[in-house]
Design a protein around this ligand. Structure first.
Ligand code: NAP
Length: 494
């Protein structure tokens, strides 16, 4: 039986390079890698060797005959990626893409022109930082010191992944292995900008690699968002994961309905956790405080609202399958699935999402508490006198208004990077200005300053996306080191 990639796919592509027959796509050098919702195994070429299973850091790959019942749909999803598209389907020119031979990763070569030792400071210890350290430490000359402001390492892998996604959280095992390198030192409870300045780091190290992520949420600019009862979904994620910044961010779960504005994977995470059976959550890493609060919750319905139609939903197909086939109670109003944009529906992943949403719409309304996916509603204002009492939406593209009563409103419209003193900020993108990881001032690279992860590319992709991203930055950093661009910093470090 061929192997199958399932829901927890982190996209770090370790499996791609482990596969001896190049049957896992897209590969990092194929154009759809950056936008793919997961990786797929071609069942017609898989030789069932299991090399990918060992390579996957999150246990997302299973032999076909051993896929758990709740993940069975992924066998079709994997195979579907390689089947001939329907005549009217819109997709990439497949032959050009998935038949492309895999370009080998450069064999780690001895970079004998690197300063020895080459001292690098990495700011942050989340996924992009850990993948960058792993890449750097392939060179015996490199010494890495990581600066983490919290008392625990691994950033969003620890504090961002939903507690019921245990498989995805297991990526911390990989990061623990990387952290065991004798050439890596992780300094916890040290905040750059407070306990040590960026300038001081630049004096002490040949290069500084900023991997601090996108630590804030994008604000929703509508009247009423300042009312009590409105908060960002990211603060709720921090709260149920025990993030020290969010211990007081627990929502008042005393109303019957909550609304989540935005329908990305963060929105799904929050709605799923807040409607989950607390006894099931008790077996996960959820914080004790959040679990206790959820046991007393009055929430009966959480409505996750997208401003566009289901064919444009921001959540990914693997997450929707997890919702539909897992223990979550989910419902979609069939009326929301009318008037779809055919040009978009025909794209493969969108088509599969719409099919699955139709399946959910055909199910009976589930037992409370449940999660409802609603579409075509653009938020106009939060209603309420002294506290949120609901949200007024406009039916997108019309002048019709729809009021949804709700005592809690979560905004889930994306993360955003924060300006960092000493680094040029691209305000439009919410990132540090950079070219392929080299920090740039007026398009000119600043030697010795680099970025990776969400502060480099914006808040998109999965945990494993950072592996390819960090590899690019590290390649450029090491090329600059070999070119002697750190000579001045090296003299200072001595
Ligand atoms: P996201 O995927 O970018 O979704 C943002 C949502 O907010 C979209 O539905 C967007 O609608 C909506 N939105 C934006 N501006 C809006 C406005 N002014 N009014 C109403 N709606 C608005 O963001 P995210 O959910 O924070 O996720 C961030 C990244 O982390 C994504 O790449 C995601 O896949 C990843 N992530 C993955 C997982 C997982 O794999 N389990 C879990 C969490 C996060 P439009 O589409 O119409 O713009």
């Amino acid at each position: 039986m061929p192997h199958v990639v399932t829901q927890a796919c982190c996209g770090d592509a370790s499996c791609v390079y482990a596969c001896p027959v190049n049957c896992i796509h897209p590969t990092p050098d194929e154009p759809d890698f950056g936008i793919a919702e997961m990786l797929y195994i071609d069942p017609s070429t898989c030789v069932d060797c299991g090399a990918c299973v060992t390579a996957c850091p999150v246990g997302a790959i299973s032999p076909g005959h051993r896929i758990p019942e709740t993940q069975k749909r992924f066998a079709d999803v994997n195979a579907g990626h390689y089947s001939e598209p329907a005549a009217d389907a819109v997709r990439f020119p497949v032959d050009a893409l998935w038949r492309k031979p895999l370009a080998p990763i450069d064999k780690p070569r001895l970079r004998d022109r690197l300063p020895d030792p080459l001292r690098i400071a990495i700011v942050g210890s989340g996924p992009s930082a850990m993948y960058a350290a792993d890449e750097l430490l392939k060179n015996p000359q490199v010494r890495v010191t990581m600066y983490e402001r919290l008392s625990e390492p691994f950033g969003l892998a620890r504090f961002g992944v939903a507690p019921d996604h245990q498989s995805t959280r297991s990526v911390v095992n990989l990061f623990n292995t990387i952290a065991r390198s004798p050439h890596l030192e992780i300094l916890l409870n040290v905040e750059v900008g407070r306990d040590v300045t960026l300038d001081e780091l630049r004096e002490q190290y040949h290069a500084v690699l900023w991997a601090g992520g996108a630590p804030t949420d994008r604000p929703l600019a509508i009247p009423g968002v300042e009312l009590p009862g409105v908060q960002s979904a990211t603060s709720v994620v921090g709260w149920y994961n025990g993030h020290p910044d969010f211990v007081d961010a627990g929502p008042e779960l005393d109303s019957e309905r909550a609304v989540v504005i935005g329908n990305g994977n963060v929105a799904l995470d929050v709605a799923r956790i807040l409607t989950a059976d607390p006894n099931r959550l008790a077996t996960t890493d959820i914080s004790f405080e959040a679990l206790a609060a959820l046991r007393d919750s009055s929430i009966r319905e959480i409505v996750v609202v997208g401003r566009r139609g289901p064919e444009h939903a921001a959540f990914t197909l693997p997450e929707l399958i997890g919702l539909a086939d897992g223990p979550a109670r989910v419902w979609v109003d069939p009326a929301d699935l009318e008037h779809l944009d055919d040009t978009v529906v025909h794209e493969r992943e969108n088509a599969e999402k719409v099919l699955l949403l139709r399946e959910l719409a055909a199910r009976p309304v589930p037992e409370e508490p449940y999660l409802r996916l609603a579409f075509h509603l653009t938020p106009e204002c939060v209603l309420g006198d002294g506290r949120a009492e609901g949200v007024r939406f406009r039916r997108t593209g019309t002048e019709e208004f729809v009021d949804l009563a709700a005592g809690l409103v979560f905004t889930a419209i994306g993360y955003r990077g924060r300006p960092i003193p000493g680094l040029p900020f691209d305000d439009a993108r919410g990132t540090v200005a950079n070219i392929a990881g080299r920090v740039v001032n007026d398009q000119h690279p600043v030697p010795g300053l680099y970025v990776t992860g969400w502060i480099k590319r914006g808040p998109t992709g999965f945990i494993g996306t950072n592996k390819t991203d960090s590899r690019e930055t590290v390649e450029n950093l090491l090329a600059d080191a070999e070119a002697g661009l750190f000579a001045e910093a090296a003299a200072l470090a001595r």
